[in-house]
Write a protein that binds this ligand. Structure first.
Ligand code: ADP
Ligand code: MG
Length: 277
């Protein structure tokens, strides 16, 4: 009997911009592919940063993007297998996005089942991939709610330098609300501290502060992502950190994060199987 796959879908969210969502989506995704996993990345941000960062420099010229697929779903049209999916040389697939997604978000308001359009778009892909990673837009609007509705878990990159306790609180409330009303199985994968600087006292203090404030309620990944100029360069070269600076500390960090995420997914899968017995 062929057992069909059931991807683990991870929404990478934080309504604050510049916290490392896109960088994490790309490098965690490619990290998972390097471990032999089949991975689909979804750019769910109208700015198309993930699309650009992966080497498609002109997202506005792409014929099919996430907004095309979501519009089709809204109009009850079916999506062909593989439709709109781009293939990156480092072994991951991508559903790209461009500015049209902003218009689509507005039109969602008058749609039946408006929170579940992205989930429907990904229905077929769920059986084709091991992991689907959603790169969210920096807001808690309808696109992010769609991502949370489609996800199994959420990974929250937090820029260690700037602690916004209020922002985090708001995000956790949104996750709770989605869990209650739309997606009861939604879990929090964990908080990922990004752009850390452990050499300074201040950096260490922030790390301790976040772990102290949230560590009892939510998993804070042991692995943090250090700040490095080499990481900031990758969006311009269309490659992952594993290609751009394979021996550097950021590649090392994403490699280790990849292992942590894989271990979590396996643990989760085992739990589901045991419950099914
Ligand atoms: P978001 O998607 O949350 O807006 P990005 O991943 O785009 O965040 O990162 C914001 C900025 O910080 C980008 O310019 C990116 O290149 C840079 N950046 C991301 N991670 C690192 C890092 N580890 N070290 C240095 N710069 C980083
Ligand atoms: Mg981004």
């Amino acid at each position: 009997m062929k057992i069909s796959k059931k991807a683990t879908t991870i929404a990478i969210v934080n309504q604050k911009g510049g916290t490392g969502k896109t960088t994490t989506c790309e490098n965690l995704g490619i990290g998972l592919a390097m471990e032999g996993k089949k991975v689909l990345l979804v750019d769910a941000d109208p700015q198309g940063s993930l699309t650009i960062s992966m080497g498609w420099q002109q997202p506005d010229e792409l014929p099919t993007t996430l907004s095309t697929l979501m519009a089709k779903t809204m109009n009850d049209q079916s999506i062909l297998p593989g439709e709109g999916i781009l293939h990156h040389t480092e072994g991951v697939d991508l559903i790209p996005a461009n500015i049209e997604l902003a218009g689509l978000e507005v039109s969602l308001v008058n749609t039946m089942n408006r929170e579940k359009m992205l989930k429907q778009v990904l229905e077929g892909a769920k059986h084709e991939y091991d992991f689907i990673l959603l790169d969210c837009t920096p807001s808690l609007g309808m696109l992010t709610v769609n991502a949370l509705a489609a996800a199994d878990t959420t990974l929250i990159p937090v820029q260690a330098q700037y602690l916004s306790a209020k922002g985090l609180e708001q995000l956790l409330q949104t996750v709770q609300k989605v869990r209650r009303q739309i997606n009861p199985k939604l879990k929090i994968e964990g908080i990922l501290l990004t752009m850390t600087d452990s050499r300074t006292n201040y950096g260490q203090q922030i790390d301790n502060l976040i772990r102290g404030a949230y560590g009892s309620k939510i998993k804070v990944f042991d692995q943090t992502i250090p700040r490095s100029v080499r990481a900031a360069e990758i969006s311009a070269v269309g490659k992952s950190i594993f290609q751009h600076d394979p021996k550097g500390k950021v590649a090392e960090a994403y490699r280790s994060l990849t292992k942590e995420v894989m271990a979590n997914a396996e643990r989760q899968l085992k739990r589901v199987v045991e419950r099914g017995r």
